[in-house]
Design a protein around this ligand. Sequence first.
Ligand code: NDP
Ligand code: BG6
Length: 504
Amino acid sequence: MGSSEWSHRSDSFWSNDNVAETGCLSIIVLGASGDLAKKKTFPALFHLYCQGFLPPNEVHIFGYARTKISDDELRNRIRGYLLGERSSSPSEDVSEFLKLVKYVSGSYDSAEGFQLLDKEIAMHEISKSSQEVSCRRLFYLALPPSVYPSVCRMIRKYCMNKYIRYFPADLGGWTRVVVEKPFGKDLDSAELLSSQIGELFDEPQIYRIDHYLGKELVQNLLVLRFANRFFLPLWNRDNIDNVQIVFREDFGTEGRGGYFDEYGIIRDIIQNHLLQVFCLVAMEKPVSLKPEHIRDEKVKVLQSVLPIKDEEVVLGQYEGYRDDPTVPDQSNTPTFATVILRIHNERWEGVPFILKAGKALNSRKAEIRVQFKDVPGDIFKCEKQGRNEFVIRLQPSEAMYMKLTVKQPGLEMSTVQSELDLSYKQRYQGVMIPEAYERLILDTIRCDQQHFVRRDELKAAWEIFTPLLHRIDNGEMKPTPYQQGSRGPTEADELSAKAGYVQT
Ligand code: NDP
Ligand code: BG6
C-alpha cells in the first residue's frame, strides 16, 4: 500500500495481537439475494447464533445486493434454509435470529449504495454504543469474483470501521473481508485480483475461504499425522505407494451450468478443495500450530510439485452436459478430471498423488485413500491378501478406517482383508459435527487465519495448474464423454492402476 492515506495504521494493530474480539459486531453478507448466501452463509450464521457465538446484544446482520426487496422479503427467502438438516433448534430461535437481519439494496460499484450501507451499520453500532471503539465489521463477499475489486474499493472508501481512525490501535475494532472461490481463473488473473485487493486491505484482513478447510475430517488431518506415533515413521515414500484424493458427486451442474462452463472441474474442485487436502496430507510438520507456520509448510509443499504431464491427466465430460441451455454446444469444459501430482522432495519422490473429481458420477463421496506398499518378503501368499490402506472419508458419514490383513477366524490358517473402523456416527453418538461454513465464519470473527488460503499459497496453487488449464482452454486437450451415473471415463481407472493403485 505505502500510501500516506493509511498511515494511521500501526504495525501492532495490523498484527493479530491485541485486537478486540468482543463488542459490537456487524456481519454484512454481500450478494445476499444469491444461492450461496441463502444455502450456506445465513444458515451458518443462524447456527452460530443458536450456539451463543453471535449474542443478540452485540450482533447485527446485513444483507446487501442489487435486488430490490424489503427486510421481510429477505427474511422470508432465507427462513426455509436456516435449519438445514438440523431440526433441533426451536422455531422461536429462527424468529429471534431473523430480527437481527436487515437488508440494504444497492449496486456493487456506486457510492450511494455503500454510503447507505455504512449509515445502517453505523446506526446499529450507535444503538449498541457502550464500547464504540471496539466495533467490528465483517464483510462476506458471496458474489461472483468479477465484482470483488469494485466491492472492495467501495468498502474501503465508505464502509470501514470508523473508530479505528481516531483511537489508538490497542483500543481495538476491525474490518475484515471474506472472499469466496474461485479466486481468479489462472495465475495472472489471480495475481491481478490479489494485488487489486491487496492495495485496499492488508493480508490479515483478507480471509480467502475454501470450505473444505472447515470440514471436520480435513481439520483432523494435522492431528492424525502429527499426534500419532503410528503414522509418523510410515508417512513417506518408503512405505506409501500412492495417495488418492477423490471427490465425486452424483448430480450434474444443475442450474450452475453457465458458471461451471467458464471454470470446469479443475478450477471448481481440484485447484482449491482437493489441493488444500493434498497440502495437509503431504506437508512437513509445522513449527507450531500458528496459522503462519502451517501456511508456510503448505506453500513449501506446493512449490515442490513437479509440472503436470499430459499423459498423467484424464479429462471427461458427462453426456448431456451440453443440453443445458447455458452451456455452449461445443463446450470443451471437463466435468471430470484425474490428475497425478508428483512431489520432488525427500519424503515423497516417486509417490503419485492421484487427484480425482467428477460431477454426475455413480456416488457422492469425498475421501483420501493412502495406500501402502506390499509387504516385503511376504509369507502369506494367498489370494485374499490385499494392501494396507488408510481411508479417511470426509463425506458423507465421516469415518476413517484402516484396511489390514488378519487371520480368517476359524480352524484354517488363511488370511482375510478386514478393517479397523472409526465411524463418527457410531463412536461419537450425539455429537453434532458443525458445518464447514459455520466453523470458518467463527474463525474469521476470532481472527484465526489458519484455515484460510494465504496469498502466496494461492499463487503456488495456480502455478501448478495454469499450464494444464491453458492447454485445455486452447482445445489442445479434450475431455472424453462418459455416461451419467458411471465411474467416469475408464481411462481414469487405467491411469490410477498404471500409477500403482491396486483395488483392495
Ligand atoms: P450467485 O450467482 O447466486 O450470485 C450471488 C449474487 O450476486 C446474486 O444474487 C446477484 O445479486 C449478484 N450477481 C450475480 N451475478 C452478478 C454479476 N454478473 N454482476 C454483479 N452481481 C451479480 O452466486 P452464488 O451465491 O452461487 O455464489 C457466490 C460466490 O460463492 C461465487 O464466488 C461462487 O463461486 C462461490 N461459491 C458458491 C457456492 C454455491 O454452492 N453456490 C459454493 C462455493 C463457492 P443481485 O443481482 O441481487 O445483486
Ligand atoms: C463448491 C463447488 O465449491 O463445492 C460445487 O463450486 C460443489 O461445484 C461444492 O458442488 C461441493 O461442496 P461439498 O461441501 O458439498 O462437497
